[in-house]
Design a protein around this ligand. Structure first.
Ligand code: PEP
Ligand code: MN
Length: 346
């Protein structure tokens, strides 16, 4: 249920409504928009439905949200969410995130070499996995905390915010000490304990769509994080499983305008994991920007044949620079910007 307040409602009235809802055992989330303040009411359906919400001073209307996700919905917040990701980089509201880096952090020198190349090409966020969700227990599992230290060091050298995957609720505290943004991988999209745990932090979280997750499933997972108190959730389309092995996954680009209608949260497109084929990545990255994505996520490696993970889909720095140039032109055409990190030292 959403309580739409009168344009002239006072902050005392807002406080009073929130107090009354709490007394009724209901949770409330106040969203102060440019034109209106609305209060999202969450709790047992029956209690919400029977609460005398319309009678409270300052209330103009009470609107049921029929969708199962509430805080993630457009009804709850009409304006696009815009988040500050650190170092002057924002996402949403016309600011494009350009996330790039190796799949896995292998050692500091290689990470630095890749990071310098993507930064020089205009990337504004550095990625690198320190805890890797590998299909085989015999594959490289990541450098753990040593990798996190390297990521932080190189990110700071270049003035770039960093993103890295968290796989387990027990890793949240450790990773929180090193990263600017948490990444929840496709395999963990419905690890609800993990979602609640990152929901208890104050860092932005990028949640990747599960391999066979519906749009509704993805938004419900975002809702878990939002309901735990963390409002900074970024969605990511990374392709879904299909019958056709010609690409690693199937990139569902329609999810971008689809989600834009349903939710205020930003959405990123990851053509690397979606296609698994370097020759397809540039065109799908451009298509992602054209579809209205708030950012693009691409894996890059200087020597893909030596990569510890996902080398077969890595773009070379020169290929990345070329597609970045094209994405920059397309962004200009669409009236969007790619914010460059403050104090970058390439
Ligand atoms: C990754 O980003 O390296 C990764 C493992 O992605 P996904 O969770 O989408 O497979
Ligand atoms: Mn990868």
């Amino acid at each position: 249920m959403i309580i739409v307040l009168q344009a002239e409602a006072t902050s005392d009235q807002v406080d009073h409504i929130v107090e009354r809802l709490t007394e009724m055992g209901l949770k409330s989330e106040v969203s102060r928009g440019i034109k209106r303040t609305v209060i999202g009411v969450i709790g047992e359906e029956d209690v919400v439905r029977n609460a005398p919400l319309r009678a409270m001073p300052g209330v103009e209307d009470v609107v049921p949200i029929l969708k199962p996700y509430k805080l993630a919905s457009r009804e709850f917040q009409a304006e696009d969410s815009v988040f500050d990701l650190g170092h002057g980089v924002t996402i949403g509201g016309g600011a494009l995130a350009q996330i790039a880096g190796p799949c896995a952090i292998e050692n500091e020198d290689v990470l630095r070499e890749i990071a310098q190349s993507v930064r020089a090409a205009g990337a504004n966020i550095l990625r690198g996995g320190a805890f890797k969700p590998r299909t085989s227990p015999y594959s490289f599992q990541g450098l753990g905390e040593d990798g996190l230290k390297m990521l932080r060091t190189v990110g700071d050298e270049l003035g770039m915010p960093v993103i890295t995957e968290v796989m387990d609720p027990r890793q949240v505290e450790l990773i929180d000490r090193y990263t600017d943004i948490f990444q929840i991988g496709a395999r963990n999209m419905q690890n609800f304990n993990l979602l609640s745990e990152v929901g208890g932090t104050s860092r932005p979280v990028m949640i990747k769509r599960g391999m066979s997750a519906s749009v509704n499933d993805l938004l419900m997972s975002a809702e878990y994080i939002l309901a735990s108190g963390n409002k900074q959730v970024i969605l990511c389309e990374r392709g879904i499983r299909s019958f056709d092995p010609s690409t690693r996954n199937v990139l569902d680009l329609a999810i971008v305008p689809n989600v834009k209608g349903l939710s205020h949260l930003p959405i990123i497109v990851d053509p690397s994991h979606a296609t698994g084929r370097p020759e397809l990545i540039p065109s799908m990255a451009l298509a992602g920007v054209a579809a209205g994505a708030d950012g693009i996520h691409i894996e890059v490696h200087c020597r893909p044949e030596e990569a510890a993970s996902d080398g077969q889909q890595a773009l070379l720095p020169a290929q990345y620079a070329e597609v970045m140039q094209q994405m920059t032109q397309m962004a200009e055409l669409l009236g969007k910007t790619i914010p460059q990190p403050e104090g970058a030292t390439v």
